[in-house]
Design a protein around this ligand. Sequence first.
Ligand SMILES: *[C@@H]1O[C@H](CO)[C@@H](O)[C@H](O)[C@H]1NC(C)=O
Ligand SMILES: *[C@@H]1O[C@H](CO)[C@@H](O)[C@H](O)[C@H]1NC(C)=O
Ligand SMILES: *[C@@H]1O[C@H](CO)[C@@H](O)[C@H](O)[C@H]1NC(C)=O
Length: 196
Amino acid sequence: MTRSYYLVPFFLLLAFYSEAASSPIPANIGFIKSSCNATAYPDLCISSLSLYATTIQNSPHQMAVMALEVSLNRTKLAQTFMHLLTKFKGLTAKQQEAIADCKDEVEDSLDRVNRSSIEMKSLGQAGGQEFIWHMSNVETWISAALTDDTTCMDGFSDLATEGKIKESVRAQITSVAHYTSNALALINSFAAMQKH
Ligand SMILES: *[C@@H]1O[C@H](CO)[C@@H](O)[C@H](O)[C@H]1NC(C)=O
Ligand SMILES: *[C@@H]1O[C@H](CO)[C@@H](O)[C@H](O)[C@H]1NC(C)=O
Ligand SMILES: *[C@@H]1O[C@H](CO)[C@@H](O)[C@H](O)[C@H]1NC(C)=O
């Protein structure tokens, strides 16, 4: 019995592993490529956003909006993953504790990315002080979402949590953090352009 409990979730873990859909890249993505240059993970940025080239066109605002949506969707997957892990049998008390804490962090992060996504979408027409206010909200929330990811992994610093579970959480959280870091870079680029 115990064995099948372990096997089924691990198939699910594997299903979530892949970073981004490797779809064919449309020809005209020059704007996306040059914008992604400002991010820490440009390949991930290009592969995840070139799917939305027709929406993005040459708009730094749409670029940031879509990057946040991609980050939101990826964070939702991580939330599902953490939820599944809490159902796992045969975990030590330390592992259970680290998983429960990390699930809370991922949920906080999801909430912050969601709020940022909504705020960013409504930002199109705002100007002056109002724009700066909304932008600083988004920048604060996304930075906090990245901190949540780090805090999640801190919970696994105890030696007693070493193993496959920790590695699978790390893979999830690292992937989420890469998408979110890219979104933050694109938000910052957009904000910097608007201030001129
Ligand atoms: C990316 O930046 C590097 C140096 O900062 C530059 O040489 C390269 O041409 C840029 N690539 C694109 C696609 O803008
Ligand atoms: C995010 O997920 C929603 C719902 O599954 C989907 O409709 C949307 O296309 C996704 N957006 C991106 C940018 O991946
Ligand atoms: C995002 O926020 C909206 C408005 O508060 C809410 O309706 C929606 O369920 C939230 N989505 C997620 C993924 O948390």
